[in-house]
Write a protein that binds this ligand. Structure first.
Ligand code: FES
Length: 98
């Protein structure tokens, strides 16, 4: 499903979109795009409102850190990774497959 346009997301930025009634975070890092479920596995904070430094997203509530490329938990008060989704870029369109 078309999620956003390449031109709408600057390098180092992230945003959220709704796909199939679920919030999905889209991030642009180093010329590549990544998509994760926009919901921290701890208490459900929207990760898209956290901070993105390099490939690390930090949750805005209790600072759990996840790898934006995979959703893998790196540190924090939570035991679960965040679901990641397949991304494909075609021209100016970023597609996400859930
Ligand atoms: S809600 Fe994300 S670390 Fe607590």
């Amino acid at each position: 499903m078309a999620a956003t346009r390449v031109s709408e997301l600057s390098p180092g930025a992230m945003k959220w979109v709704v796909i199939d009634r679920e919030r999905v975070l889209i991030a642009h890092v180093d010329g590549a795009f990544y998509a994760l479920r926009d919901c921290c596995g701890h208490l459900g904070a929207p990760l898209s409102t956290g901070t993105l430094v390099g490939y690390v997203i930090e949750c805005p509530l209790h600072y759990a850190c996840f790898d934006v490329r995979t959703g893998k938990l790196l540190s924090g008060p939570v035991a679960a990774d965040v679901a990641g989704y397949q991304v494909r870029v075609d021209g100016d369109t970023v597609y996400v497959k859930r």
